[in-house]
Design a protein around this ligand. Structure first.
Ligand SMILES: [Fe+2]
Length: 735
C-alpha cells in the first residue's frame, strides 16, 4: 500500500484498550450476531450499531460516513472485562477411568523446529504423578515423573528438523523410568556419522505404584496457573503417538481426518483425541521420502501434526452481547461501535445481506472476506516485507498488533519457527479490519461501497452487500439474485467453490465489474471442521512471504493442490479478462485511452468521459488510477480474444513497479522498460447477455471520489454500471 496514505492522524503511543470480534462476519437481516469484547481498562462501555457508508478518513475518499442505526433489543451499555488471548496449539486425549499398576509404555516421533528453546513436548496427566517429556533449552530431551529427576533420553541435543523416535517406559512395579530417542539414517552420510548412532536407553528412578490417568496432552501440558486446563508449548511435529497402559494399547493415526480437529485412535478403545487452536496437518511425517507429493496418495507418510506456540484459532472469549438484527435492516456494511468514558473505542465490522426471502437489489458489492482473513493482523507495516518498507509511525490498530503478538499473525507472515502461516481465523480480534485502520482491502473497499451508493442515487437504485464466505457456502445461489456483481479492490483469495460459483453465474448472464487488482490469484480452502478459518498453501511460485515446505503443497482441507490459480489452469484472465502483472507501491499513474475503443461496440463506455488529452485517471491516491497491483490483458493466459482493451497504463511507472516473479525462469534483473508491466481496462461479452468490465488496478478506488465523483474514472465506472444494470442482453460480437 502506498506509504503516503496512512500515518499522521490519530497517532498515539497508547495501546488500544478495547478489542473485539464478532461472529459471523456475514449474516442476513433477521439473523443473530454475537460480539465478544475485551478491554485493558475494564468497565462499562457504550455500544451502538453503525452503518458504514465510507470508512476512509483520508482526503482520497469521499469522506468518513458512519452513522448509528437503531437496533431494537440492543442494550446500549455493556460491561467490558479483560479477556486474555492464549495462543499455542496442542492435542488432548481424555483418559478418565484408565489406570495402570505394572507398566506405562509411551512412544511417538518428534521433530523439533526450535530446538534451542525449552519446549513442552508431551504430558501424561495422572495421579499421584504425571509423566512429562520436555525439550530443555539447548535441545536436550528429557522425561520425568512428577518432581522426580529428569532422565536424558539422548546424550546429545536433538537436531533441528530431524525426526526422532522416542520411547519411554515407566515400570510402576520396579519404580524406574527407561527411555531413548533414536533416529533413522538420513540421506546425508555426513550428517549421520555422529547423529544416527543408536543411543542406548537410559534408566533412572521413578515413583512406583498404581497410577490413574486423566488425560494425555500432546505439545503441551497443564497450565501453571490452572492445572485443570492445558496450554500448548511446542514448535515442532509429533507423529504416531502410542500409549500402553498395562494391557490397554492406544494408537493415534494422525494421518486420518485431516480436515478436522479429531485425532483418531485406531485401537478398540476408541479414545479419540482433539486438537486445539488449529495446528497444521497434511505435513510430512517420519516416513515421507519424496516419492509422492500428494498426501491423499498415502496419508501414512503425512501422519504428523505441526504444533506452533503462536497458533491461535479461537480466542474463546465470553460473549459481550448477542443481538438479532431487524428483518428490514438494509443490506450493507455495519459495525459494532464500543466506546468507554475514557474515550477508548473499537469498531467491529460485519456484513449484512437482505433477509431470507426479502427483495434484493440488482447489484451487489462482493466483500473480500477471504482476503480480509488472509491479511488478518498482518505485520507488514512494521516488520516490512520484500515488497514494502517498514515504518515507525503506526495507527493504533497496527501498534496494537505490534505490542500484542498474541492476537496471532496473518498469512503474510511466518510462524516463530519459520514455517508459513497456512491458517487464519476470524475467531479473534482482527485489528486491521477496522474502518480507517489500513490502506489495504477493507477501508478502500468502503470507498467502492460509497461510490456505489453515490451511483445508486444517480440511477435511482440501491445495492446489496454479500461476502466471499456466502459465495463459498452457498455457491451460485448467493450470486444468482444479482445482475451485476462489483468486486472490491483486491479480491485475491478464492476457493474452488467460490470460483465455480462465479463461473456459473457468468455463464448464466451475470455481469462482473472487477474494480481492483491482483484478483483471483491464490487458491484457499475452508473446512466445516474448523469453522471461521481459512487454509492457504503458497505452493510453487508467486509473490509471497513464505513458501510451502517440501511435500506440503496440498491442502489439508479437501486435499486440493494449493497455489496460484494460474498454475491450476484457471488463470484470472479466464474469469475477468486480465491477470496479475506487476506491483509497486511508490506511486500510481494514469491510463491512456485506446482510441480504437472510441468507435465500435464498446464506444458507449466513453459517453461523457472528459479525458485529459487521451488520458484518464491522472490523479488520485498516489497520483493516478493505475497503481499498487496491476493486471494485464494477455490472451496467452486466457484473456478472451474478443475483449476490447479500453485503456492501458504502461511505460509510466517508476522503477518500483516490477513484474510478478512467476513470469521469470531464473534470478533476474528486472527489464526496464518492461512491456508486460501494464494495467489494462477491458470490456467483453459473456454468455446469455452477460459482460465483464475489469480495471486491473488496486488504486482505482482512490481515484473515484475526486471532485465529488465528477471525474473521468467515476463517469466511466458509472457508464458501465448503468449499462450493466440494463437487462437488455449484450449482443454477440462479430467473430
Ligand atoms: Fe495481496
Amino acid at each position: 500500500m502506498a506509504s503516503m496514505m496512512w500515518g499522521a492522524p490519530g497517532e498515539t503511543d497508547e495501546p488500544k484498550a478495547i478489542t473485539a470480534y464478532c461472529e459471523p462476519w456475514s449474516l442476513r437481516a433477521g439473523e443473530t450476531v454475537v460480539l465478544r469484547a475485551s478491554s485493558h481498562r475494564p468497565g462499562p462501555a457504550e455500544v451502538t450499531v453503525e452503518r458504514i457508508s465510507c470508512g476512509d478518513p483520508t482526503r482520497w475518499g469521499p469522506g468518513w460516513s458512519v452513522t448509528p442505526v437503531p437496533v431494537p433489543g440492543l442494550d446500549p451499555t455493556v460491561e467490558l472485562a479483560h479477556q486474555p488471548l492464549v495462543p499455542g496449539s496442542y492435542g488432548t486425549v481424555d483418559l478418565a477411568g484408565l489406570s495402570a499398576e505394572s507398566v506405562v509404555e509411551l512412544s511417538f516421533s518428534l521433530y523439533l523446529t526450535r530446538p534451542r528453546e525449552a519446549q513442552a513436548v508431551l504430558t501424561l496427566v495422572g495421579a499421584p504423578a504425571s509423566l512429562v517429556v520436555e525439550a530443555e533449552a539447548g535441545g536436550r530431551l528429557t522425561a520425568r515423573v512428577g518432581d522426580g529427576p529428569a532422565l536424558a533420553l539422548r546424550p546429545t541435543p536433538l537436531e533441528n528438523r530431524r525426526w526422532y523416535d522416542v520411547t519411554v517406559t515407566w515400570d510402576l512395579a520396579a519404580g524406574t523410568l527407561t527411555g531413548a530417542a533414536t533416529t533413522e539414517p538420513s540421506r546425508s552420510p555426513g550428517r549421520d556419522l555422529l547423529e544416527a548412532n543408536p543411543a542406548a536407553p537410559a534408566t533412572g528412578p521413578a515413583l512406583a505404584g498404581r497410577q490413574s490417568w486423566s488425560r494425555l496432552v500432546l505439545a503441551g501440558g497443564p497450565a501453571a496457573d490452572d492445572p485443570t486446563t492445558d496450554r500448548g508449548g511446542l514448535d515442532g511435529r509429533i507423529a504416531r503417538p502410542r500409549l500402553g497402559l498395562d494391557g490397554t494399547d492406544l494408537t493415534w493415526d494422525l494421518g486420518r481426518g485431516m480436515d478436522g480437529p479429531s485425532m483418531v485412535d485406531t485401537s478398540p478403545a476408541g479414545r479419540h483425541g482433539v486438537l486445539h487452536q488449529l495446528p497444521t496437518r497434511a505435513v510430512t511425517g517420519p516416513t515421507w521420502d519424496g516419492s509422492t507429493q500428494r498426501w491423499t496418495d498415502d496419508p501414512s507418510m503425512w501422519d504428523a501434526v505441526h504444533f506452533h506456540t503462536d497458533d491461535l484459532y479461537d480466542a474463546g472469549w465470553s460473549p459481550t452481547l448477542s443481538v438479532t438484527l431487524p428483518t428490514d435492516l438494509p443490506s450493507g456494511i455495519y459495525a459494532f461501535h464500543l466506546m468507554n468514558a475514557q474515550g477508548d473505542e473499537d469498531r467491529v465490522p460485519f456484513f449484512v445481506r437482505p433477509a431470507t426471502g426479502a427483495p434484493t437489489a440488482d447489484v451487489a458489492l462482493l466483500m473480500s472476506s477471504a482476503t480480509y482473513l488472509a491479511y488478518a493482523n498482518h505485520r507488514m507495516l512494521f516488520e516490512g516485507a520484500d515488497f514494502i518498507q517498514s515504518r515507525q509511525r503506526l495507527r493504533p490498530e497496527h501498534d496494537y498488533v505490534r505490542r500484542h503478538p498474541e492476537v496471532g499473525r496473518s498469512m503474510y507472515e511466518k510462524h516463530g519457527d519459520g514455517s508459513g502461516m497456512m491458517f487464519s481465523s476470524r475467531l479473534r480480534p482482527v485489528l486491521n479490519l477496522r474502518p480507517g485502520a489500513d490502506g489495504w482491502n477493507f477501508t478502500p473497499d468502503t470507498d467502492i461501497n460509497a461510490w456505489l451508493k453515490h451511483a445508486g442515487r444517480q440511477l435511482g437504485t440501491g445495492h446489496d452487500v454479500i461476502s466471499d464466505e456466502d459465495v463459498h457456502h452457498e455457491g451460485l445461489a448467493a450470486l444468482a439474485p444479482y445482475r451485476v456483481i462489483v468486486t472490491c479492490s483486491h479480491p485475491e483469495y478464492w476457493s474452488t467453490a467460490m470460483l465455480d460459483a462465479l463461473e456459473a453465474w457468468q455463464r448464466a448472464g451475470g455481469r462482473l465489474m472487477y474494480l481492483g487488482g491482483n484478483g483471483f490469484y491464490w487458491r484457499v480452502a475452508f473446512s466445516d471442521g474448523w469453522p471461521g478459518a481459512m487454509e492457504l498453501r503458497r505452493a510453487e511460485d508467486g509473490v509471497r512471504n513464505w513458501q510451502t515446505g517440501n511435500g506440503e503443497s496440498y491442502h489439508a482441507w479437501g486435499g486440493e493442490y494449493g497455489g496460484m490459480w494460474r498454475r491450476l489452469e484457471r488463470a484470472p484472465n479466464e474469469i475477468c479478462g486480465v491477470g496479475f502483472a506487476a506491483q509497486g507501491f511508490e506511486g500510481a499513474t494514469w491510463y491512456t485511452i485506446n482510441d480504437e475503443s472510441r468507435a465500435g461496440r464498446a464506444a458507449w463506455v466513453w459517453d461523457g468521459v472528459h479525458d485529459d488529452e487521451g488520458r484518464i485517471g491522472t490523479s488520485g491516491l498516489g497520483g493516478g488510477a493505475a497503481g499498487q497491483e496491476l493486471d494485464r490483458y494477455d490472451p496467452r493466459l486466457g484473456s478472451p480474444r474478443h475483449a476490447v482493451v479500453l485503456a492501458s497504463a504502461a511505460g509510466t511507472f517508476g522503477p518500483d513497479m516490477v513484474r510478478t516473479k512467476e513470469e521469470f525462469e531464473g534470478s533476474i534483473i528486472y527489464p526496464t522498460p518492461d512491456p508486460y508491466v501494464r494495467s489494462d481496462i477491458v470490456f467483453y461479452e459473456t454468455p446469455n447477455g452477460g459482460a465483464v468490465f475489469s480495471v486491473g488496478s488496486i488504486s482505482w478506488f482512490g481515484a473515484l471520489a475526486r471532485n465529488g465523483y465528477d471525474n473521468d474514472v467515476a463517469q466511466l465506472s458509472l457508464n458501465v454500471l448503468t449499462r450493466f444494470l440494463d437487462p437488455e442482453p449484450f449482443p454477440l460480437p462479430d467473430r
